[in-house]
Design a protein around this ligand. Structure first.
Ligand code: GLC
Length: 475
């Protein structure tokens, strides 16, 4: 019988060497981040895909979130700082996009070339990268204790340019950030325009991270400008928090109330602010919610709420404490209750349920990559598992069911990923099939596994790696 511990150790070793030796790249003589997927030698399974495969040879900010989190747990602080500073150099200074960070960048002949959406497939906008930068910068300072970095004038100026994108007058009074379709990990049309959950929780995390970083500079300089800006940022975060709980958080009880909402209401103090018709609440929600559970719905728009469950948005809602401890427990209960849909044979499904039929045709524009049950449209992405593990493990206690859920998810990754060549995603309701257009040796699959191993088997205390300051910390 093979020794289980030895198998685990050899998988971890091979993941580590793929990551350090093949995925991480250098710029100006030091590690600057990791490419999205490791190119395969010709003659391998995916030989039809050349080494310069679309943009998978670029350094994506979102794909580098787990990379930076992992490097922080390994105390490789200078690499993380180099990544953050390089991204900062690439923050846009163009009049129309001033303050945004690129989705990805790559070195060409000693020069950095960045993609702000002007090269992306479908020209989608890069929004999540901008929100992630502040969160990663805060995570770096928190773990390394390099407060001098936070106080650097260029870092503070970068934060202000980012805040300018959010704290300005607009046509809407709602505190949510309005974005076009495909502005985050789901970077193709999938009816995720408007106020998608992932963007809103990232906005919340980034405002609090920016506030934390400004506070450090205020402690060092006492600048009145920063004091006012901090207040403005916290006011916005507070409004956003209340809005998310009021409009996105659903439980059996809140849905029952919604079903009885009066419609066509006008005026300020009304119940049904978004004029939601009871028929807009899909049937599957009842079984999905079960008993004593809750989750943040995918999107809130006038008359068209999106009840789909998005795994990353919900995990981040827990990690950034948009949800309180009881709500987080309700969320984890919901995930365990729905593990047949969310895990099946590979954790974790990116969203549920998939868009099908006419809805898929119309909303995705017949996007074959996003066929029902595939890729972003209900595909299973192993890279998401560690976010949920971090959310669960940062809480002081957890139910036996939740702990078992994490352990069995880890065992699935351990037993299948090396054999499936660290594929990017898996298709179908059972997730048995490697994604039809999946890259192999995808970096965030490899690092996501390493983080799962680290959090479950080495140091669960690192589950707080993406913690952001809490609103109460500023009182
Ligand atoms: C795909 C994914 C996107 C990811 C990129 C690089 O475009 O949709 O989320 O960042 O690949 O891995």
């Amino acid at each position: 019988m093979p020794d289980v511990g030895m198998h685990e150790q050899s998988v971890v070793e091979s993941a580590r060497s793929l990551f350090y030796e093949r995925a991480l790249v250098q710029f100006e003589g030091a590690w600057v981040g990791a490419i999205a997927a490791i190119p395969l030698p010709t003659g391998n399974l995916q030989a039809s895909i050349p080494p310069t495969d679309l943009n998978y040879g670029e350094i994506f900010i979102r794909d580098n979130v787990p990379v930076m989190a992992y490097l922080l747990t390994q105390e490789k602080y200078s690499a993380v700082r180099h990544f953050l500073e390089t991204c900062l150099r690439l923050q846009s200074d163009q009049p129309q996009t001033r303050g945004i960070f690129p989705t990805s960048f790559v070195e060409v002949d000693g020069r950095l070339v960045a993609d702000y959406g002007q090269r992306a497939i479908g020209r989608v906008a890069s929004v999540d990268a901008t929100l992630w930068w502040a969160i990663l910068a805060h995570a770096y300072v928190q773990k390394s204790d390099d407060r001098a970095f936070a106080c650097q004038p260029d870092v503070q100026a970068g934060i202000q340019r980012f805040l300018d994108l959010v704290l300005h007058p607009s046509f809407r009074a709602a505190p949510t950030l309005h974005v076009p379709d495909g502005a985050f990990m789901i970077d193709r049309p999938l009816d995720v325009w408007g106020a998608p959950l992932e963007i809103q929780v990232l906005l919340y995390g980034s405002l609090l991270s920016a506030a934390g970083l400004m506070k450090m500079a205020i402690d060092a300089s006492n600048s009145q400008y920063l004091i006012d800006r901090l207040q403005q940022t916290l006011d916005h975060a507070k409004r956003l928090h209340a809005y998310l709980l009021q409009h996105y958080w659903v439980t059996d009880r809140t849905v029952q109330r919604m079903r009885r909402y009066p419609t066509e209401q006008y005026g300020e103090a009304i119940e049904n602010e978004h004029n939601i018709q009871p028929e807009a609440i899909p049937d599957w929600v009842q079984n999905w919610l079960g008993d004593r559970s809750g989750y943040l719905i995918g999107n809130v728009r006038t008359g068209r709420p999106d009840f789909r469950f998005f795994t990353l948005g919900n995990s981040l809602g827990a990690i950034f404490d948009v949800l309180d401890c009881d709500q987080q427990r309700d969320l984890f209960r919901l995930i365990v209750h729905n593990q047949k849909d969310l895990v099946a044979q590979m954790p974790l499904r990116i969203c549920h349920p998939p868009l099908e039929g006419k809805e898929w045709q119309f909303q995705s524009g017949y996007d074959r990559k996003n066929w029902p049950g595939c890729y972003h449209n209900g595909g299973h992405w192993p890279c998401l598992t560690w976010f949920l593990a971090a959310a669960v493990l940062r809480q002081p206690d957890r139910s036996v069911e939740t702990a078992n859920f994490l352990e069995s998810s880890y065992q699935m990754l351990l037993s299948q990923l090396p054999e499936q060549n660290w594929a990017e995603y898996f298709d179908g309701s059972t997730a048995r099939w490697v994604g039809q257009q999946a890259r192999l040796y995808q970096t965030w699959t490899i690092v996501g596994f390493l983080l799962m191993h680290h959090l479950l088997k080495v140091n669960p205390a690192d589950a707080g790696i993406l913690n952001v300051p809490r609103l109460q910390d500023f009182c």
